[in-house]
Design a protein around this ligand. Sequence first.
Ligand code: PDD
Length: 299
Amino acid sequence: MTTSLNQAIVSDIGVNTVYLNGEFLRPELAMISPFDRGFIFGDGVYEVIPVFGGRLFRLPHHLQRLHGSLAAIDLAPPLSAEQWRQALQRLVDEAGGGDQSLYLQVTRGVAPRNHAFPKNIKPTVFAYTQKKAFAAKNTQQSGAAVITAADIRWLRCDIKSTSLLAAVMLREQAERAGAIEAILIRDGLVTEGAASNIFLVRDSVLITPPKGQFILPGITRDLVLELAHKHAIAVQERNVKEGELSQAHEVWITSSTNEIKPVGSINGIAVIGTPGPMYQQMYDLYERYKQSVREGRAE
Ligand code: PDD
């Protein structure tokens, strides 16, 4: 029963091999205890890493963030950077290279249910990757619909935690409103999307909320800022008031899965300048960067 259920899911998502605790397995053979604290408490952290041309995108940045999330929840990294690289690259290779999206998570492991951290248990490490066709520019031109919603999450949004109930509910709220993302508002300030970071453009200045406990330090966000600095685009990392959303000339969201996506409307009201010149410029810079990753000139 379990196997046939697993097989249905497996053929659905097209995953041939998963990594589980040091082993490379067919997904239907990967067994995780129901007493795993990832299942019981959501006691774990994760990463989503894009793959372009068979190469892991910004792997050192993702590993650094992963190790930061692990440190924040008092878990020692189960693998070294080199061990991560080897294991993840093997998954990517076995999936046949090309463009992929890789998911990995580390949970605290299996123990009798008790909230506080148990001693001397082994973390559970799970990863898989799947082929992904990243959106072409012309499909992004019109801009995506988003809504705003109260940021009902906790105060450690800088940890990439698998406890995602608030984000799940917020994304569902967006979908029910015919939107692709919920832009979150905390105390009158814009934080980020339920699963993305946010950028505004006003008078040719690129504006994004600062890092800290209220947002996830996005790897795509970092790259956009890096590219902006390199190409002399004016940047402000500062608090953004909710009211600035309707005054913005352009709005984008960024994430490993959505890359840089222009926002066409917020709560049904059009963002006038989308997709604007700054988006066009950043999209081209980002695509060029991706190309250098594909060719092994960057990572
Ligand atoms: N989410 N903020 C939140 C709350 C996120 O969940 C994500 C990514 C981001 C963007 O980070 P990055 O550029 O590193 O992907 C910002 C992933 C993609 C997810 O949960 O699937």
